[in-house]
Design a protein around this ligand. Structure first.
Ligand code: C2E
Ligand code: MG
Ligand code: MG
Ligand code: MG
Length: 279
């Protein structure tokens, strides 16, 4: 209607900011329905272990079957879910669903679940994890919780305490997207992560610039010295794999191995990989 009134008026009354706010509001409303109607689905992407030449874990990645809009990527709604707190019920669903599905996989395959910083601000996270494991029967060591560096902006003792309590339950903790944003080596000193995931932006540059190559090598060396595993994110070609292997990176994840796939295809992919690398 504003548009019909003429270009000048449109520009006067509706700024881009208003439009964006309205769009976010619409997503928020639709997310409420999505939670109530069960419109979410988990896809899984494998992590390939360079020592054992097999898929050692799958990362759960949420998708939204938004009516009339097809599969919506998390990039288009996780931000709004975090701002509105809706990530808390969504994250709880992801956790339960990921554990339930992973319990049906071979016992040497783990599941990685992304946790938002907002989830750490709610009490009872440890209990949520404990319950999800107990209900599904998944061995705690098969759950890998992925957090990002933004968690440490909170930098309260509370965050570290919660992380330690999750380790107490038996889950593993991975530091996701390492090297983006607010990297500080002090996190690595303050908490014994089980794994560091090197952000895709470094892997993209790995074979192109000496600097990216040096940074990736330094991260894998540091992780090894701290007894932490390393996963390279966004691996798209075989040359990257060989460079990463030479650097001592422990596992790799990316479109080269598989795009994220529906839950129903995971076991077949594990079997296909086992056949390929058998003897
Ligand atoms: P992430 O945790 O870093 O997940 C990896 C993302 O990189 C996934 O995007 C994956 O599809 C994409 N990716 C993997 N390999 C490649 C590759 O070789 N090339 C390229 N170009 N991309 C690759 P996706 O599924 O769109 O997820 C985006 C982000 O949304 C995730 O980044 C994570 O931060 C967030 N997210 C996804 N699921 C959840 C969830 O259940 N809870 C929360 N809190 N966040 C989630
Ligand atoms: Mg992740
Ligand atoms: Mg990541
Ligand atoms: Mg990433």
């Amino acid at each position: 209607a504003a548009k019909a009134a003429g270009r000048g008026r449109y520009r006067f009354f509706t700024t881009d900011l208003d439009e964006e706010a309205q769009q976010r509001r619409a997503i928020e409303m639709a997310l409420h329905d999505a939670i109530a109607n069960g419109e979410f689905e988990l896809y899984f992407q494998p992590l390939f272990d360079l020592k054992s030449n097999r898929f050692s874990a799958f990362e759960a990645l949420i998708r939204w079957n938004r009516p009339g809009q097809g599969l919506v990527s998390p990039q288009d709604f996780i931000g709004v879910a975090e701002e509105t707190g809706l990530i808390v019920p969504i994250g709880e669903w992801v956790l339960k669903e990921a554990c339930r599905i992973a319990a049906t996989w071979p016992a040497d395959v783990s599941v990685a679940v992304n946790f938002s910083t907002v989830q750490f601000e709610t009490p009872g996270l440890k209990n949520q994890v404990f319950q999800a494991l107990a209900t599904s029967g998944l061995a705690p060591s098969r759950l890998e919780i992925e957090i990002t560096e933004s968690l440490f902006l909170e930098s309260s003792g509370q965050v570290l305490e919660t992380l330690h309590s999750l380790k107490q339950v038996g889950a593993r903790i991975a530091l996701d997207d390492f090297g983006t944003g607010f990297s500080s080596l002090s996190y690595l000193r303050r908490f014994p992560f089980d794994k560091i995931k090197i952000d895709r932006s470094f892997i993209m540059e790995l074979l192109k610039t000496r600097e990216a190559n040096a940074v990736v090598k330094a991260i894998t060396d540091l992780a090894a010295a701290l007894n932490m595993e390393t996963t390279a994110e966004g691996v798209e070609d075989a040359e990257q794999v060989e460079a990463l292997r030479a650097h001592g990176c422990t596992n790799v994840q990316g479109f080269l191995f598989s795009r994220p796939i529906p839950a129903g295809e995971v076991v077949a992919l594990i079997q296909a990989c086992a056949t390929r690398y058998a003897a």
